[in-house]
Design a protein around this ligand. Structure first.
Ligand code: DGJ
Length: 780
């Protein structure tokens, strides 16, 4: 909702208001952001005020007001040279001068966001405010566009050069926001390949902290989102802000705590690879930044970001559609597969109840390892003599849909595409380009390259029944040079090109489910999510590592976009073995899949996985679309606690994940948020039986004398029987308690194994053990 009262623009979501005002010099000030204002509530009481400018500061225009300085005033646009010495959000140069002073001219209300270039634009945003500013002397106009949704506000800028001279952009950020500090801590993701979404906690101290990616991609190093929290991770109360950026290239976020305890937050294109020259009568637009406020702590802002993504970013067709359970052949075969092996994977998957088979890398061109083939999107008939259609039909007969892997933005030297078009590779004339995973990047700023990709991919997609596409991107940028496009805007134009390709392909094949991947989470961002329904979160599928990765990703992205696979042990990435139950329990929070040679499962593992898949199908809606809470985190507890709650509060599902086992911890408690306090709920702990081998030599205590713990008999038994079936025990833990008890964390689970005995009521977890708990309203 947008209200305009005198000089105030009041932008309100369900639970927050954001107020912009025009000051006496026609600059735009951020007057307020916080709880939703009541009608008649005095915004000035909540706004920054000043009687005298701080000593030694610059007064903007003494003849009008001898006390008015921009030294600390909260501003929507920050430029250089008129008394604001914090970080500028816009730096421009014209005729060797950099003094720009944008003043408010007028406003426009609209019912749709507008974007004249192909940058991803949130859909169904019906409250839009455009504020026009102008620098009269320089003849440059600036349009600030605000879109207001239930849970978030988006903002971008458009710069129009109305002068007769070239205008150089040095910095043009999408958002500048100045707020009073309240002892906030900044939470910012960092990481690397296979180790995405670690979260750094930075209590703000005076000075500037920059959170950015200069890789040409949104990156696994620093995902573009950040959170500013009063009460830390896993909190459910306290003023909190969440920020993100709807773009897939290099990004820049700065937090500046000024000496007077005000925070400046800026988000935008990274100036390191974006500094275009705007010719007379030309314009440039920036991607949207996203901001949200909640008084419900980290969980409040994360849920706001989730809802914004589901309602305004994800494609309509798939946003609320349940995702299938996939099996992917990559870690089962890598490049070594033939039809027979793929049929075997499909057969096994079909027995388990899996719903979609994905053929990963290696099916096309001269692609027998990762040194060649990229760019040639035609089938390798030696590997699949009967063709993609036959494979898809085979999967179909077994009840599975079919998906295919591509890495369209890349080119290998060893490819027909390179033989025909060496000039399509990003490079600087006369310099040998550097490689990443032996591959190079195509120049998507060129229309002919975009057209080639649209045509060659469309041909494949039309050639067989293909229901899912995995779009990979396995390196970051170097050698940013083009035969046509100037380097100062090449990556910006690259992404305009990529978004055009994605737009055309997704429109031509709308029913396909698209999974974004960049060696895992190397480009997990709202730009890609505008075209891709889900993201392969990380190449690391070890359950222990995934607890960190998925917890981090879910701070900003909804579970339905987070794709997770159960994979083999020891994990190919961590060389660690985690229990099969935990591999499932972790992968189940979001979009479940499998990525291992299912033929290696023993009968017991098959039986358990079949039961897991059935359980997932039963609770899929909750696990993909429930309101997600993170209620504990090993930085403050000894375990992770994830919880999803249904919209109507009738159901919830909790995951309790232990990291390291301990014999001296108390009884485990689970906790929920948002259940109805005075309603009764049935609680059912998912029964998990255990491998005999988990108990090592202890197993001799229940076996006849003379049988070795690691001998043939126990090895054979281990494949078919659990400890529980051997001992004829098994815990079926069920309770009937109030919503109040669950919301307060009063429910105690059965005690864990303490090394002294085992019976019906022992919960056995061990290192990386976990428990799933389903909760349902008693009378519903
Ligand atoms: C990286 C992806 O993240 C993997 O899942 C797999 O698709 C490989 N690329 C294939 O090269």
């Amino acid at each position: 909702m947008i209200k305009i009262i005198n000089n105030y623009f009041i932008l309100s979501g369900e639970d927050f208001s954001y107020v912009i005002s025009v000051d006496k010099f026609n600059h735009l000030a951020t007057s307020y952001i916080g709880h939703r204002l009541l009608d008649g509530e005095e915004v000035t009481a909540l706004s920054y005020r000043e009687s005298f400018p701080p000593g030694s500061s610059v007064v903007y225009d003494e003849s009008v007001d001898p006390d008015y300085s921009y030294d600390q005033r909260p501003l929507e646009v920050a430029t250089l040279g008129k008394g604001d010495y914090r970080e500028p959000s816009i730096i421009l140069r014209k005729n060797n001068e950099e003094l720009f002073d944008f003043k408010y001219v007028d406003y426009q209300l609209k019912e749709k966001l507008s974007m004249e270039v192909k940058l991803p634009t949130p859909h169904d945003v019906n409250d839009v405010l455009i504020l026009r500013l102008r620098d009269e002397r320089n003849k440059v106009s600036l349009y600030l566009q605000y879109g207001v949704t239930e849970t978030a506000i988006v903002r971008n800028v458009k710069l129009v050069n109305e002068s007769e001279d070239d205008l150089t952009v040095i910095k043009l950020l999408s958002l500048n926001l100045d707020i009073p500090n309240q002892n906030y801590t900044l939470y910012a993701p960092y990481g690397s390949w296979a180790s995405e979404f670690n979260i750094a906690a930075k209590p703000l101290t005076p000075g500037i902290y920059v959170h950015e990616a200069k890789t040409g991609s949104s990156s696994a190093k620093h995902n573009p989102f950040t959170l500013l929290l009063k009460n830390g991770l896993s909190s459910t109360s306290g003023p909190s802000f969440g920020f993100n950026f709807i773009y897939s290239g290099s990004h820049y976020t700065a937090y500046e705590l000024s000496t007077f305890d005000n925070i400046r937050i800026q988000i935008g294109l990274n100036p390191s690879d974006f500094h275009p020259v705007i010719k007379p009568n030309e314009q440039i637009e920036t991607p949207f930044a996203v901001l949200t406020y909640s008084n419900n702590g980290q969980n409040g802002v994360s849920q706001n970001l989730h809802q914004f993504t589901t309602d305004h970013i994800l494609r309509h067709e798939h946003a609320k559609a349940m995702r299938p359970i996939v099996v992917n052949n990559w870690e089962a075969t890598y490049f070594k597969f033939n039809e027979k092996k793929l049929h075997q994977i499909i057969d096994n998957a079909s027995d388990l109840g899996i719903e979609l088979f994905v053929l990963d890398d290696g099916w096309f061109g001269r692609r027998n390892d990762d040194t060649g083939g990229l760019g040639d999107w035609t089938l390798n008939p030696k590997k699949l003599p009967k063709g993609l259609g036959a494979l898809s039909d085979y999967a179909g007969k077994k009840g599975l849909k079919f998906g295919l892997w591509f890495e369209p933005e890349m080119i290998s030297y060893d490819s027909k595409l390179y033989e025909n078009h060496p000039e399509w590779m990003l490079h600087v004339e006369g310099v040998k380009p550097s490689s990443g995973r032996h591959q190079y990047i195509l120049d998507l700023s060129l229309t002919e390259v975009q057209d080639y990709l649209i045509k060659s991919l469309s041909d494949v997609l039309a050639s067989a029944p293909i229901n899912y596409v995995k779009w990979d991107f396995n390196r970051v940028f170097s050698d940013v040079g083009s035969i046509k496009t100037p380097t100062n805007r090449l990556l910006y134009d690259y992404y305009l090109g990529l978004y055009r390709v994605l737009d055309e392909i997704t429109k031509a094949f709308p029913a396909i489910l698209y999974e974004n991947c960049a060696s895992g989470g190397g480009r997990f961002d709202l730009g890609m999510l505008s075209y891709f329904d889900q993201t392969w979160t990380s190449d690391n599928s070890d359950a222990g590592a995934r607890l960190i990765i998925q917890s981090g990703a879910a701070l900003a992205y909804p579970l339905v976009t987070i794709s997770n696979h159960v994979s083999a042990v020891p994990s190919h990435q961590m060389l660690r073995s985690t229990p099969l139950h935990t591999r499932f329990n972790v992968a189940a929070f979001g979009v479940l899949g499998y990525e291992l040679d299912l033929d290696d499962f023993n009968p017991l593992e098959k039986k358990w996985s079949k039961a897991h898949i059935e359980y997932y199908k039963k609770h899929r809606e909750l696990l993909q679309f429930g309101k997600f809470y993170q209620l504990a985190n090993p930085s403050t507890a000894d375990h992770y606690l994830w919880c999803v709650v249904s919209e109507n509060q009738d159901e919830a599902l909790v995951g309790y994940y232990q990291v390291i086992n301990s014999l001296i911890k108390g009884q485990d408690r689970i906790k929920t948020v948002g259940l109805i306090d005075d309603a009764l709920y049935e609680v059912e702990v998912l029964r998990q039986d255990h491998e005999i081998k988990m108990f090592g030599g202890l197993v001799k205590m229940v076996l006849p004398p003379g049988i070795e713990a690691d001998g043939k008999i126990v090895t054979a038994l281990n494949k078919r029987q659990s400890v529980e079936s051997l001992m004829k025990i098994g815990s079926n833990e069920k309770y009937l308690v109030s919503g109040k008890a669950l919301n307060d964390g009063a429910l105690l689970l059965n005690p864990q194994w303490r090394g002294t005995g085992i019976n019906q009521t022992t919960r056995i977890l061990g290192d990386f053990g976990s428990t799933l708990i389903y909760i349902r309203r008693h009378d519903a």
